[in-house]
Design a protein around this ligand. Structure first.
Ligand SMILES: [Zn+2]
Length: 288
């Protein structure tokens, strides 16, 4: 049974669509009907929200590994993680059966549901969301065990992330807000269906599985040698084949994809990953 569900936003303080959604739900109630569980909501990083920045000292959504929770640092986010773990965790023993953490991205990823595991619960949720919202992308990040992820959502017995884009940091777009709302509504509907045991006829669906991050080419001084090629820009979840251009170098040349036979790039040119020189991530397509 899913008895307690927590919707979170503002884990990143400049991702406004989830923040606005939670504020609206707190003001007017969740617009989706549900009857079999209790729904709570919270904003995670109020200080970052008021400053309209991703974080104050460090990324809050990387603070929830067991190792980090056991060894808090003096940063605002490290301390905040301890408070949030006490409120909606503790990790591994949470009373929340599901934590849904809402994000947005500057990449053109549309409405994406990120599943940090691929056990039976997540397979059902992915299939259900894809069935009621066919335009949704289902992205599985099961390269490590569920508990090993440092994400806030993994404080719950189950946890998932909503990731919608493209939306610039710090502002709100109506299309992104509406897509975020639809994904949240699909998850609310899933929880009732799960509890009512009506999920028996779910068809397998197309999903993506994270492979790795691809970095920008740098010179010996750590300076960029290239930018995302215009043929790759905004083509999140469009197949990328060997020989297709991925970078346009400042000397006029091009760098082509020479990796796996067919990958699905995503988080292309994501602003928050630029500092670490991450150009995009790759995934493979599979049947979930
Ligand atoms: Zn985020």
């Amino acid at each position: 049974m899913i008895k307690h569900v927590m919707f979170v936003a503002g884990t990143h303080g400049n991702e406004t669509s989830g923040i606005q959604l939670i504020r609206n739900w707190q003001r007017s109630g969740c617009p989706y009907k549900y009857s079999t569980f209790e729904l709570s909501s919270m904003l995670a990083n109020e200080e970052a929200i008021s400053r309209n920045v991703r974080f104050v000292d460090e990324d809050l959504n990387r603070q929830f590994s067991l190792a980090k929770l056991a060894d808090p640092q003096i940063s605002l986010e490290s301390q905040l993680a301890i408070d949030i773990n006490a409120k909606i965790g503790p990790k591994g023993e949470s009373k929340f059966d599901l934590v849904v953490d809402i994000h947005n991205t500057t990449s053109q990823m549309g409405g994406t549901l990120i599943l940090p595991s691929s056990d039976a619960f997540y397979i059902s949720m992915g299939r259900f969301v894809k069935q009621v919202l066919p335009e949704a992308n289902i992205l599985v990040e099961d390269e490590v065990a569920y508990e090993a992820h440092p994400y806030l959502c993994t404080l719950g017995r189950h946890g998932v992330m909503i990731e919608v884009g493209g939306q610039p940091q710090g502002l709100l777009r109506e299309d992104v807000y509406q897509l975020t709302t639809l994904l949240a509504g699909a998850i609310v509907a899933f929880c009732d269906a799960y509890n009512e045991d009506t999920l028996t006829n779910l068809e397998p669906c197309q999903a993506f599985r994270f492979i790795r991050n691809i970095s920008f080419p740098l010179d010996d001084n750590g300076q960029r040698l290239a930018m995302i090629h215009h043929q790759l820009q905004d083509n999140d979840f469009v197949p990328l084949l060997p020989g297709q251009p991925i970078f346009k170098c400042f000397d006029g040349s091009e760098i082509t994809w020479e990796g796996e036979a067919e990958v699905y790039p995503h988080f292309i040119n994501e602003a928050a990953y630029s500092k670490q020189h991450v150009a995009f991530a790759t995934a493979e397509s599979f049947l979930l």
